[in-house]
Ligand binder design. Sequence first.
Ligand code: SER
Length: 870
Amino acid sequence: MKQLTTSQIRQVFLDFFSKHQHQKLEGASIIPDNDPTLLYINSGMAPLKSYFLGEASPPEKKMCNVQPCIRTNDIEDVGDRHHLTFFEMMGSWSIGDYYKEGAIKLAYDLLVNHFEYDPQKLYATVYKGNAEAGIPADTESIEFWKSVGLPEDHIVSLGDDNFWGPAGQTGPCGPCTEVFFDTGDEYGPAYTPGGHFDDVNRYIEIWNAGVFMELNKMADGSFENLPLKSVDTGAGVERMYMALNNCDSLYDVDVVKPIYDLAKIKFGAEHITQKDLRMVTDHIRSSTFILSEGVKPDKDGRGYIVRRLIRKCITVAVRAKTPPIELIELSNEVIEQLKDFYPQLELQKKQILQLLEDEIVDFEPAIKNGLELLNDELANVTDKKLDANKVFILVTTHGVPFEIVKDYAMARSVSIDEKEYEKLYREHQKVSRQGTETNALVDLGLDSAHLEELTNGVAPTEFTGYDELNIEARVLAILQNGKKVEKTDSTNQCLVVTDKTTFYAEGGGQAADKGRIENDNFKGTVVDVKNHNHVYIHYLNIDEGFISQSDVVKLSVDKNNRESTAKNHSATHLLHSALRSVLGEHVSQKGSLVNSEKLRFDFQHNKPLSKDEIQSVENLVNQWIWQATGCNITEESYQKAIASGVTALFGEKYQEDVRVVRFADFSAELCAGTHVVNSGQIGLVKILTETSTARGIRRMEAITGSVAYEYLSKSDQIISAVQEIIRGDKEQLVENIFALKKSAKENKAKDSLTQTAWDVDEILEGTSGLKAIFGQIGLDKKELIDLGEKELKSRALDVAFMVSPAEDKLVVVVIVSDKNTDKMKANIILKNWIERFDGRGGGKANVAQGGINGKIDLALLKNSALEALG
Ligand code: SER
């Protein structure tokens, strides 16, 4: 085995796969982009999900990278030898290219020939199938492992641990084959075929060498076949280091150990258990990474995860009687260890440490109090049982981490009814989660359960809105004031379902149509439309009257709004193609938002676009618009469309037959949205901004049609107004402004001399009758001299004592008028003036300059000047 550093390990992995034609990708941000199923990226494949689903085309079929991951479902295991909540995953992928055989050959080659593992120390596990779920055993992988040379008794068939995924509740998943490293006899008995395979202590997983992604788990728990068979592998950098370097645990890894060692010093080994030390080391690594993304510790969602991690560390510190503020130094050490590979840590250092400090300051008093309460509760228990309600209050109201409550209880042999506690906690979470429902629902005081109630038993809505904007339809269901009703009884907002509709429901990044629903007895304005399991729900503001089930109503979509939205949507497709054409095929859509006002397009690209690139993209889109090409929309089989190179929209699910939107040969996308009939209708596109939303993801905002025209027209009016002031040709405006700026700068010094903004301006008269100006003004040295000379002349004075405050010091200047230089020397006067303040300086007979450190009282300075004047 090669003893390598983590940095070398990453390199060997990436070099190996690059050599085998895998495109090297940037690791994505740990904050998922457009993936509501995940709070944090938990594996290398998570940001690439849409490729496995066939919803987007990968830049290359074969790819590899190193992806930072947060995996908090392993949080309970942290403290053992080999579980971390933050780790770096080396991943390699084949999207519809090689499958099991290719993956296993590559895995064996890398491990044995490049990392130089002894095959006798390696074991491969494969999936033994699940008859109930109808998923067969993976016998092929057994054969492939044998054929590459792995001893047969090192191949172990296991159950559900060898079925990976999905990386959230739904999504791509499949059987997998994992490689384990034998850490030796001291960690447990050896595996014998048919016996127990100890994958906890003795055998440590070093690589999920192939998830064979062929299934898509649906929300109802069923599986669908994926359009492509793909391979997804993932190996923890830290685990690989642990195995290659024969470490006892991950806390010996080169980028982890310094944090562990520092924690040991800070906490004092005698005050803290090894488990807690490991936990703090791990949690501070995760927190540092999460905070670098600007996630603020919070009471729910993503922020709650990091709050929980930090608060556990704070609690451990308080318990060990170490000031929790010391955690900042640990975080700093994490940055030091990882900044070379993750420069954003260094860039965001200030933010990371500030957020951490805020949380510490916020939580420290609370946890001190909480731990006292916990001690009191434990002292008062009867029957050696701590009531679940009390635990719940300690956790939710006082912020004591549950694991800590458990630890404290265990230390006193007190038990907790964990099931009861979890029940209470789940209820509490359900209530907190309601805050994450869509705004429109929340505005109405509703949640998704109400949508279920409304649409339950209602047939899917027929959507006719591609071809017509006005129809008559029958009302099938109504919900008002949180209840399904036969008839509305007030003008409160309501939700209405009809048998058919012309209203486009929000989807694929496109906002819903707006418009009206009315009949003789009722008038309502449609403010939003959602598609809930193929039932379209119209959100209505009631203008007048009542609406009842079975009513026949007229649905009319706002034509202008629809057309403006269509322009923006079609322009988004053109923009996507233009970006690929200007920047390269790696540009893939990561999300979009299209409404009647503007379009927003998020895409993968790892650096800001230059002005020229933005200009080229805009030019190209406008060229395509002005070609006035018809928009050709067809229904095709999904397989055929993908095979013909059509781009699938990110995050969308497609039926067998899909809708393909084409503009000549420059754009073809799978899309259910509404579009212009001819690209010429878009009129014009103007890109307004290009920014970053997450690491490797750029965001462009643009406007089209009359909105773009108005924007340009307004810009032109501004230019004309400027032109009137500056005068001259429009073409020369920039040059003229530059010239003006330059002369303004040159005049600044002169202007400053004519200004009268003296802070102090006094005339001193010496005993010899010489007259001097003593003045303070905020100018630099040269300006002080110029001003002093001017004042001497214009006021016919003999000497000038000038002072100007600079950072932490005073700049001082003495000028003697020409007529006096034979009698007195400026450098001597300066010396006499500032010596007593430890000032330094020098010069000639007419001008001398110097500085005095610190703040000096002006009155003293003035007196001293008077004395120096003599
Ligand atoms: N997605 C798989 C895992 O996380 C392989 O990377 O284990």
